[in-house]
Write a protein that binds this ligand. Structure first.
Ligand code: FES
Ligand SMILES: [Fe+2]
Length: 348
């Protein structure tokens, strides 16, 4: 439970949360100062000045550089020191670690691995966040548990029947078996519910007063983004025809998981929908429902973490509904092994 995938992009915060004032963030146990330069470019450095180890997040931006707030050493975008107050010679070793940072899909992302391995192609695909025809409600929730427990939780929605009765859960979720599909390095967890009762949230979004067909397809985008594709349509309508557009809706619940350390994970989440795009009241209702839903999970996950530490030798029991979880865990193990190999090769 101690490893992370390091050669990968992790969401840091929403674009509109980042300005020129540096902020401290912890990701994969590493401390970063994140900020925008005067030109608005996102940037990240180690939150520790090489001089006397003061936090860089207490510093400030000067043009494209960041200045340590303690004695004024100034570093450029590559981390090289450009000036030391009262000193002419600047040693080469006066350098701070920088992290590649980019802005995409209304999020700031940081690359936590080897600089030379940085690859923009690997930014997780969450394009629904800024795609035309979609609108989003966003938030973030912190869990006192290892990030893998939250991956399990989001992949296996049988728990919604018991934990989230007031928002997204219904009897039929737990009672409907899942299937799993493996394709293109992803495990898809699929659940189709036909002629079922809508959850309270779905009644609110879709205005349903009768039974519905409802579907879920869930997968993990490496390293740690869980995509829940879900939607509903009145029962007996044609899911693949025009009915879907007029009477049904599609949603994506996107969870950008940020492992803070081994026993803390931040979930930067978004609920994207393709219906009632301008309904601000619906936004508020979805926001409340999602905040409540994730808070309900947080107690279970924190309790699981404590129990795992109390009983380090206990093995988890896998039920049929855990098939997707088990397969995804295997995939993650493979990604971690590949990542360690890459790091090993980089050390040579
Ligand atoms: S600790 Fe940063 S300049 Fe002294
Ligand atoms: Fe949940």
């Amino acid at each position: 439970m101690t490893e992370f995938i390091r050669n990968a992009w992790y969401a840091v915060c929403w674009s509109d949360e980042l300005g020129v004032t540096p902020q401290s963030r912890q990701i994969l146990g590493e401390n970063l100062a994140v900020y925008r330069t005067a030109n608005g470019v996102p940037a990240a450095v180690e939150d520790c000045c090489p001089h006397r180890l003061a936090p860089m997040s207490l510093g400030f931006v000067n043009g494209e550089n960041i200045v340590c707030g303690y004695h004024g050493m100034e570093f450029d975008r590559d981390g090289f020191c450009e000036s030391i107050p009262g000193q002419k010679n600047i040693p080469r070793k006066a350098r701070i670690r920088t992290y590649p940072a980019v802005e995409r899909y209304n999020l700031i992302w940081a690359w936590m691995g080897e600089q030379k391995e940085t690859d923009d192609e690997l930014i997780p695909d969450v394009h629904w966040l800024d795609a035309p025809g979609w609108t989003t409600v966003t938030g973030s929730t912190r869990y006192e548990c290892n990030w893998l427990l939250l991956v399990d939780n989001l992949l296996d929605l049988t728990h919604t029947t018991f934990v989230h009765q007031s928002t997204i859960g219904t009897e039929d979720v737990a009672n409907t078996p899942i299937t799993t599909e493996f394709s293109g390095e992803r495990v898809y967890v699929v659940r189709d519910m036909k002629n079922t009762a809508p959850s309270n949230l779905y009644k609110r979004i879709g205005g349903f007063d009768g039974r519905i067909d409802r579907w879920q397809r869930i997968w993990l985008e490496p390293p740690s983004v869980v995509v829940i594709e879900a939607g509903a349509i009145p029962a007996k309508c044609d899911r693949d025809g025009a009915d879907r557009e007029y009477n049904g809706f599609d949603t994506r619940v996107l969870s950008m998981l940020v492992p803070v350390d081994e026993r803390t994970v931040e979930q930067i989440w978004a609920f994207a929908r393709n219906t009632e795009l301008d309904d601000a009241h619906l936004d508020v209702d979805i926001q409340k429902a999602l905040e409540l839903t994730f808070k309900e999970d947080a107690d279970f996950l924190a309790g699981q973490q404590i129990n795992m530490e109390r009983h380090p030798h206990k093995q988890m029991l896998n039920n049929t509904a855990d098939a997707g979880v088990v397969k995804t865990r295997r995939l993650i193990e493979r990604w971690i092994a590949d990542d360690l190999r890459r790091a090993g090769a980089a050390d040579l």
